[in-house]
Design a protein around this ligand. Structure first.
Ligand SMILES: [Mg+2]
Length: 258
C-alpha cells in the first residue's frame, strides 16, 4: 500500500518537491472537481479555486484533462498557465497531426451504425473532436450497456486506441499523445526542476508510470487497479488541504529571484 500524502513520508516528499519550485499539474474530474452524475455539472469547490489562484501566482499550473479544452476552460474560474485537453491530444504545445485527425474521422464513421443502438442503451456519446467518450453512467442497465459497448469497441481498428475510465470508454487516435507526453512537453517548455502530478483515473497512469524519481505523483482515491503513483489522497475532498500544505511550503521558502 502506498503512503498517504499526509503521512510523515508524504509530507517530507512534498517539502522536498516544493523547494524545487515545481510545475503543478492536475487532472480535473475526480481530482480537482468531485465526480458527479451529470459530467456537465462538474465544478471545483470554491476552496480549491481560491487556493489554486494563489498557487498559480507563484508556480506554473497545468490542467491536464480528458475534457475538451473549451469545455474545461469555462469550468476553471481561474487561469492556469497551461491547459491540455482530450487526454493529452489537445494542447497548444503539441500540434494535432493530420494522422490523428483522420483517425478520429474514421472513428466517427465506424461508430455511426451503432449510434441508435447505443442511444437505446442510454449510452451518451460525447464527441470531443480529438477524442470520443462513451459514457454509460446514466444507463438504466449498466452491465448490459457495458457488455455491448465492449463488444462494439473490439471492432475498432488498429488506428484507434480504446481505454476505460470511470463508467466511460474513451477513443483516441492510436498515435495521439497521452497525458504523459503532454506533461513532459509542458515540463520541457517550462524548464521546471520538478513536477507534481495528481490524477484519479486510468488515463493518468501513463504520467505516474513515466514520472522521473524526483517528481511527486499522487493518486486520488483507492482503486481496484495497482496505481503507479507514489502517494495517494482518499478523495477530492482532501484537495483543498493539500493545496494549503503546498502554499505553506512556499511561504516557508524564500520566493525565487528574477
Ligand atoms: Mg479524472
Amino acid at each position: 500500500m502506498k503512503p498517504h500524502i499526509f503521512s510523515l513520508q508524504g509530507e517530507q516528499a512534498l517539502a522536498m518537491t516544493m523547494a524545487l519550485q515545481p510545475l503543478l499539474a492536475f487532472d480535473f474530474d475526480g481530482t480537482l472537481a468531485p465526480i458527479v452524475t451529470m459530467p456537465d455539472m462538474a465544478r471545483m469547490p470554491s476552496g480549491v479555486v481560491s487556493r489554486l489562484r494563489l498557487l498559480s501566482q507563484r508556480l506554473p499550473v497545468a490542467i491536464v484533462t480528458g475534457r475538451e479544452l473549451a469545455d474545461v476552460r469555462k469550468r476553471l474560474d481561474f487561469t492556469p498557465k497551461y491547459i491540455v485537453g482530450s487526454h493529452g491530444a489537445e494542447s497548444e504545445l503539441l500540434d494535432a497531426s493530420p494522422m490523428w485527425v483522420s483517425a478520429m474521422a474514421s472513428a466517427r464513421e465506424w461508430l455511426q451504425p451503432f449510434r441508435t443502438e447505443l442511444q437505446d442503451l442510454d449510452v451518451h456519446i460525447e464527441d470531443k473532436r480529438s477524442s470520443i467518450a462513451l459514457h454509460f453512467r446514466r444507463a438504466r442497465e449498466r452491465e448490459r450497456a457495458q457488455r455491448r459497448l465492449e463488444e462494439i469497441l473490439k471492432t475498432a481498428g488498429p488506428a484507434l486506441h480504446v481505454f476505460g475510465g470511470k463508467l466511460v470508454y474513451n477513443i483516441v487516435a492510436a498515435r495521439a499523445p497521452d497525458k504523459a507526453d503532454a506533461v513532459h512537453a509542458v515540463m520541457a517548455r517550462e524548464g521546471s526542476a520538478s513536477a507534481v502530478f495528481i490524477g484519479d483515473d486510468v488515463n493518468d497512469e501513463p504520467v505516474f508510470q513515466r514520472a522521473p524519481a524526483h517528481w511527486l505523483t499522487i493518486k486520488v482515491g483507492r482503486t481496484s487497479w495497482h496505481s503507479r503513483a507514489r502517494y495517494y489522497l482518499d478523495s477530492p475532498s482532501e484537495m483543498a488541504l493539500l493545496l494549503d500544505r503546498m502554499l505553506a511550503q512556499l511561504a516557508a521558502a524564500p520566493a525565487p529571484s528574477g
